[in-house]
Design a protein around this ligand. Structure first.
Ligand code: XIL
Length: 470
């Protein structure tokens, strides 16, 4: 790994030099350290082979060095966690949670209510029996979410409930057929009751294909509006983003611009967008050239831009590490990930890395690290005064006047304040912590891991900033 990283560093260093870019390549920079500097999560699944110990050590080394969020490829699905009724199997999921904890990673749970990978007993015993299916689904969610309460940070509560071709619910689902579309609303309510602090997502594919009422994302938007209006506890939409390189599939209609349009619509509803299962494959059987791989890298970068630039987007998760272990073969696609068969980084890896290095939040929108100037002063411009700190993976920010703050682990340090009022809000704007008369630092150990907005007020200073608690 070390050798490989160094080699990648040299190659990239030369590429950057010849491209005339000013940023020097630091050999110890990883996707993870750069993502943390930009306050986003970057991740990859743990492939099913990892759980059985069937992957080379280098795989895990890459995984924990490069990524800060993880999800199980199959191991938290219904058939894996409740293979027979009422007998829960948490072994593999526990293994991943332990690994995530040991390596300071955020955990996604995937997936609670889905039509696929449901064990046979559900349909055989209770097919079309609404009352029983409601009981079975609730019991599953209560147990699974309850088991990992406080450990799984976010759940795909409902996966792939919308039909592919028409704007309507998916018909072939044991849950839809037996219960009707209200299984969706109920699943969110039950998941929230089982872990009120978990972020809850609706997850689906083909959401990068436009937001017109005829497109899947357009239909979804109408449902999200209804859920929000009805107080259904939904916090995020996961876009799987299994896409194909446009030159090998002329009919492929998805684009990063379309997904960005969805992010913007969701922002109006105070809902986040996450990219949860990204891969950008080529048709199986074709020869993939160097320039194809470079174009693929560019597309990876364009999807990353959404996460970096849209204020309500925070997660970039890839459905695999190496092309050698990928589900894409079954989709008649190949080479859709950022490491090749030999676990060497591909041009897509470099493209993501360089983008993370060079990203500067736009001045006018001052996205993730925002300092709101005190409007009682003359200077009312909104300034982004993010300080790039290359020695630690913490974000720093200096505010108007002399007050500044930064977070290390779960301690919030405040400089230049005599007696500050500190308020912490979750990303849905709900207050989660508050303290008065703070000077120097305050321990936020009672605030669970995740992203928050923190506001510090002292006299006329008023500083607001997005922080990550680890
Ligand atoms: C896939 C896994 O990668 C495969 O190993 C498994 O055989 C089928 O499921 N959308 C999802 C994921 O939500 O759970 C799917 O994962 C890929 C498509």
């Amino acid at each position: 790994m070390r050798t490989q990283q160094t080699l990648a560093g040299v190659v990239l260093g030369i590429a950057l030099f010849s491209a005339g870019l000013s940023n020097a390549f630091a050999a110890d920079e990883t996707l993870r350290s750069l993502a943390e500097k930009n306050n986003i999560y970057i991740g990859a699944i743990l492939n099913s082979q990892w759980f059985g110990g069937g992957l080379p050590g280098q795989y895990e080394q890459i995984h924990k060095t490069q990524f800060n969020i993880v999800v199980a490829e199959n191991e938290m699905k219904f058939d894996a966690t409740e293979p027979s009724e009422g007998r829960f199997n948490y072994g593999n999921g526990d293994k991943m949670v332990k690994y995530a904890k040991a390596n300071g990673m955020r955990v996604r749970g995937h997936a609670l209510a889905w039509h696929s990978q449901v064990p046979g007993w559900v349909d055989q015993k209770y097919g079309k029996n609404k009352k029983e299916l409601l009981r079975v689904l609730k019991n599953h969610i209560d147990n699974v979410v309850g088991h990992w309460k406080g450990q799984v940070d976010e759940w795909d509560v409902v996966n792939e409930a919308i039909s592919n071709n028409e704007p309507q619910w998916r018909g072939y689902s044991v849950w839809y057929q037996g219960i009707g579309p209200e299984f969706i609303d109920s699943a969110f309510v039950w998941a929230h009751a089982a872990d009120p602090n978990a972020e809850l997502c609706y997850n689906d594919y083909n959401l990068e294909q436009g937001i017109s009422p005829k497109a899947k994302a357009g239909f979804l938007l109408e449902q999200v509006k209804r859920w929000v209006a009805n107080g259904i506890p939904i916090h995020c939409v996961g876009s799987q983003t299994h896409v194909e390189d446009t030159t090998t599939d002329k009919h492929f209609i998805g684009s990063p611009d379309s997904l960005r349009a969805l992010a913007k619509e969701l922002a109006k509803l105070n809902i986040k967008l996450k990219i949860t299962e990204l891969d950008i494959g080529f048709k199986s059987g074709i020869n993939v050239s160097k320039s194809d791989l470079e174009r693929q890298g560019k597309t990876f970068r364009e999807y990353l831009d959404i996460i970096l630039e849209e204020p309500n987007a925070d997660t970039y998760l890839i459905w695999g590490v190496s092309d050698k272990w990928s589900w894409l073969g079954g989709l008649n696609r190949q080479k859709g990930l950022i490491y090749d068969d030999n676990l060497n980084p591909k041009p897509a890896f470099d493209s993501i890395l360089v983008r993370l290095q060079n990203f500067e939040p736009p001045q006018d929108t001052a996205k993730k690290d925002t300092v709101v100037a005190d409007t009682s002063k003359k200077d009312t411009t909104v300034k982004d005064t993010t300080v790039k700190d290359t020695t630690t993976a913490i974000a720093k920010s200096a505010g108007p006047g002399s007050v500044s703050m930064y977070v290390a682990g779960h301690t919030l340090f405040i400089a230049g304040a005599n007696s500050a009022k500190v308020d912490v809000f979750d990303m849905q704007g709900r207050p989660v912590f508050s303290a008065k008369n703070v000077k120097g630092s305050i321990d936020l150990k009672d605030v669970s891991e995740g992203l928050y907005m923190v506001r510090v007020r002292d006299g006329s200073a008023n500083l607001t900033k997005r922080i990550a608690i680890k």
